[in-house]
Design a protein around this ligand. Structure first.
Ligand SMILES: Cc1ncc(COP(=O)(O)O)c(C=O)c1O
Length: 380
């Protein structure tokens, strides 16, 4: 492809950090670079943070910390990655899907009531494309019904809602630093722990159910098996790469937001002509330019657009197969109400190439190709 869909941006210090890490011979988890990352993230997020080997791992830890078990239900969108639901299913609990809002593709908070049962234990909103869910309403509902809120902020590093960082608005938040995200360490993630009562147990779950962290802090003389858990901490080599990226995150994200804004400008006439719908970012949300998507009037038009872009060597793509319609979703989960918006979005959404290495000529080329392919296409 001559315009790639996604490409990690390297800030330049990754190799030097890796060299230092290798020479230090402190390669396992919770070494010096992990500490640098923790300090960095805790300064930004103002809450306890633990690096994990993925957002998937952070979500699994969150499901353990929420004490989910058989019979429990967790309300979430179906338009998300398998990891959001898997974390719940792995505990024997049941994801309950509600539809998404057509403007933001985020969990429709007006549908929480219809999904609520005496078994509901938590809500798991996903901030799609780094654009905030309607968190005030979600949190008020959770408070009223004594539910835990776990934010899947995989795509939402450095995003906010009413000035507050995404991932810190519920009890727990999960970030991703996977190669496909804005800030990358290959695989990687973090758990943000906003409820101080959960911090000690989070350390134990992450260290194979042991109090090894206390041992390393010299609070106990030996460590032992105390709880369930797994190995969720990344090698310090991963943290060495991540620390370089975190230090330049603002620059990477500013560049991505500029590209996002350039697409948005160039595609405005097509929206006015009714040929597509552009993303909506509510006034209270600041996003990070993670995804630029457009929604076409029907599935056939979306398919034609994807084929046309591919023929022009432009790597555009769809996104999730909704979990409620996937084999494991049908087996382990249930829906609460219609999934009409989710199904429409799954059929009609196209993501355009977006990474920090795109230049103005690339953006013009992609936007120009979209306009050309959609000439004479159906309108809304
Ligand atoms: C919404 C969402 N949650 C979780 C994940 C899993 O992230 P990771 O690959 O870091 O495990 C992804 C991955 O793309 C995602 O999009």
């Amino acid at each position: 492809m001559s315009v790639d869909f996604s490409k990690p941006f390297l800030v330049g210090r990754e190799l030097e950090n890796l060299r230092q890490s290798l020479e230090s011979r402190r390669l396992a988890g919770d070494g010096p670079f992990t500490k640098h990352c923790h300090d960095w993230l805790e300064r930004h997020y103002q809450c306890s943070t633990l690096l994990t080997h993925s957002c998937t791992a952070a979500l699994e830890m969150a499901a353990m910390l929420a004490d989910l078990g058989p019979g429990d239900e967790v309300i979430m969108p179906s338009y998300t990655f398998s990891s959001t639901a898997n974390a719940v299913v792995l505990r024997g609990a049941c994801p309950v899907f509600v539809d998404v809002r057509p403007e933001t593709i985020n969990l429709d908070e007006r549908l929480l009531e219809q999904a609520l049962t005496p078994r509901t234990k938590a809500i798991l909103p996903v901030h799609y494309a780094g654009v905030a869910c309607e968190m005030d309403t979600i949190n008020a509902f959770a408070r009223q019904h004594k539910l835990m809120v776990i934010e899947d902020a995989a795509q939402a590093y450095l995003c906010s809602y009413k000035g507050r960082a995404l991932g810190t608005l519920g009890s727990l938040g999960a970030l991703s630093f996977h190669e496909s995200k804005n800030i990358v360490s290959g695989e990687g993630g973090a758990l943000l722990i906003n409820d101080p009562a959960l911090v000690e147990r989070a350390h134990i779950l992450r260290e194979k159910g042991t109090n090894r962290t206390q041992f390393l802090r010299r609070e106990v003389t030996k460590y032992e098996w105390l709880d369930i858990g797994s190995s969720y901490l990344p090698s310090d080599l991963i943290a060495a790469v991540l620390f370089a990226q975190l230090q330049d995150a603002e620059t990477i994200i500013a560049r991505r937001r500029d590209i996002w804004a350039a697409y948005h400008d160039r595609l405005a006439p097509l929206e006015q002509a009714g040929r597509l719908q552009r993303p909506v970012v509510p006034a209270e949300a600041i996003h990070n330019g993670h995804i630029y998507y457009i929604v076409l009037p029907d599935a056939a038009t979306a398919g034609n657009l994807l084929a046309g872009l591919r023929a022009r060597e432009i790597a555009a793509t769809t996104h999730y197969v909704p979990l409620h319609s996937a084999p494991a979703g049908r087996k382990f989960c249930r829906t609460a109400g219609s999934m009409a918006v989710t199904d429409m979005i799954a059929a009609c959404l196209v993501r355009l190439p977006l990474h920090a290495l795109l230049d103005t000529a690339d953006i013009d080329r992609v936007a120009g190709a979209v306009a050309e392919i959609l000439q004479g296409s159906p309108t809304r």
